[in-house]
Design a protein. Structure first.
Length: 555
């Protein structure tokens, strides 16, 4: 299919753009295969470049005069939460514009997306696709002689959603891994996610295919028992409710049995709203709807915000991560996490546990590496999750699991303002590019698809752009003060703070970065004064020593 077949109108003069907090623009719209471009001859008015993939829904309102339709408006509701109104004078042009934008915004073939056509204008200093290798990320772990890199999935034949390489216990051979994969949903056998500095490990997998006949898999048991020390027990957290597990067992799934996994304690920690996708999608849509309706009274608005379910999902994710982190950090117990497929709630919790325990994940490079390990390489289905946003038709929506992760990290930033190298604008940038981007990092549903479609050779990585010397400083937190400590977020209801800088940024003027810069200057000044005070104390001490020390001739 060619783009020309989808474009019914490629240029239109006299289009009026209306956008909150912006001056109304009368200009010309041009349509390319990937962008809607609106420009004006008026000085000081910037061009609007809107990726078609960013458009979530298109609503139409006709202008009627005496029963006759004369043009109308298109409301473009975007995945980055912007809403544009385009006023078009004639009905024919309105129809053509609506059909064109519907065609281009609904494309599902990744090879037709903008990253395959985008060419970076500046020299690439680092290739983001090769920046974070599994050997580099697990250097310390592999040096322990307890773990190894397995390439049993080199051809993606064992697990279609895993990468080519995974870290597994050194005593487990590839044949055992392949056999265990037949027992886990989607072939997602247990692999290492994180090893803490006390030696305790965090692993993740898909659900066991236990089924109504109580199937057993000794190779799977061998993998898990290999990480449990003699005389101790590991912890399995199944991120589903008992009811959800029962339903899955009728379909062939289920959870580990206590008799077969006697070296493990099995707990349930329900995050069904994430793994089942639709509840999380609905709560996100309700959240955005509430944010767009700020006309109601403050009390009713706060009640509506809480009742949408999104704040509870954030707290639940943080609380679950804290519980898992306590097992790893305080009790030095190995933990296995899984839900159903292990591609949403599982990755979310594993990532948050590492934010809590690992200070490296609180740096810009560390967060990039975390996203590569726990989301990109681990098989989070980006394409399926980003196909629709909060304005799309109710069913089926796509679960915004990665956004939930970013919102959780935002709660960390609120509570530990000096512990993170990155500021929240970095998180917002990741949110935007996860839905619509000129970069290929978040394309497709897994590594196999990205390799097959040539993503690694024909597109640019988002890390190649973000790590440029003239780009990276924009995202550095001026309050950053590195700390090696574990951080424990509060999960009390009053601790949740709505992410205004994201959900309300197009509705309420934000001054967050200005405040951060001001706080940074105050902090720098405070450090200067402290250093000056210490210097004066040292000088005073030296003077006192000279005054009170008896001279040789006085003795």
């Amino acid at each position: 299919m060619e783009f020309i077949e989808l474009i019914h109108i490629n240029k239109l003069d006299g289009v009026i753009l209306k956008y909150p907090h912006q001056e109304t623009v009368d200009g010309t719209v041009c349509i390319t295969g990937h962008h809607l471009i609106l420009s004006s001859r008026k000085e000081g008015v910037h061009e609007l470049w809107l990726l078609h993939k960013n458009i979530d829904s298109i609503e139409r309102k006709d202008n009627r005069l005496g029963g006759v339709v004369l043009g109308g408006s298109l409301f473009l509701k975007c995945k980055d939460l912007r809403i544009f109104q385009l006023d078009i004078a004639t009905t024919n042009e309105l129809n053509q514009m609506a059909m064109t934008l519907e065609n281009l915004s609904s494309l599902q073939d990744p090879s037709m997306f903008y990253p395959f056509f985008y060419r970076h204008m500046h020299p690439i200093v680092e290739n983001g696709y090769t920046l974070y290798s599994i050997e580099g990320e697990f250097t310390k772990v592999l040096a322990t002689e307890e773990w190894r890199v397995s390439r049993v999935n080199q051809n993606y034949s064992v697990c279609s959603s895993y990468g080519k390489a995974v870290v597994v216990p050194k005593c487990i051979d590839d044949d055992t891994l392949a056999a265990a994969a037949t027992f886990r949903q989607g072939g997602r056998f247990p692999v290492l996610s994180y090893r803490h500095n006390n030696g305790a490990v965090l692993m993740r997998a898909g659900q066991p295919l236990y089924g109504p006949k109580h199937r057993r898999c000794r190779p799977d048991e061998a993998i898990l028992n290999a990480v449990v020390a003699m005389g101790t027990k590991g912890i399995i957290y199944d991120l589903r409710s008992s009811n959800s597990i029962s339903q899955q067992q009728n379909k062939g799934g289920g959870t580990e049995s206590n008799s077969n996994y006697s070296q493990w304690k099995i707990y349930n920690r329900s995050m069904d709203e994430v793994d089942q996708q639709q509840p999380l999608s609905d709560s996100y849509a309700k959240l955005v709807d509430a944010c767009n309706d700020r006309e109601i009274s403050s009390d009713k608005w706060l009640s509506r915000l809480e009742s949408c379910g999104w704040p509870e999902s954030v707290r639940n994710a943080l609380h679950t991560a804290c519980i898992v982190a306590q097992h790893v950090h305080q009790k030095a117990e190995p933990v296995l996490i899984h839900g159903t497929r292990g591609e949403d709630a599982t990755l979310l919790v594993c990532s948050l546990v590492q934010i809590i325990l690992n200070p490296d994940c609180r740096t810009i490079r560390g967060l990039q590496a975390l996203i590569e390990r726990e989301w990109v390489s681990a098989g989070h289905p980006w394409h399926s999750r980003a196909r629709a946003g909060p304005y799309a038709p109710p069913a089926p929506r796509a679960a915004p699991t990665f956004l939930l992760f970013l919102d959780c990290v935002r709660q960390f930033l609120e509570q530990f303002a000096c512990s993170f190298e990155y500021r929240q604008s970095f998180l917002i940038t990741l949110f935007e590019h996860s839905y619509a981007s000129q970069f290929g990092t978040f394309l497709c549903d897994n590594e196999q698809e990205r390799e097959t479609r040539g993503v690694y050779t024909q597109t640019t990585s988002i890390w190649s752009w973000l790590n440029q010397p003239d780009e990276l400083p924009k995202y550095i937190n001026p309050l950053y003060d590195p700390t090696p400590n574990v951080i424990w977020p509060s999960v009390a209801p009053m601790s949740y703070v709505i992410w205004e800088e994201l959900y309300l940024r197009w509705l309420v003027e934000q001054h967050t970065e200005e405040r951060e810069e001001q706080y940074g200057k105050i902090r720098a000044r405070e450090q200067q004064l402290r250093a000056h005070a210490q210097q004066m104390r040292r000088e005073l001490f030296d003077l006192a020593q000279q005054y009170y020390t008896p001279k040789q001739e006085d003795k």
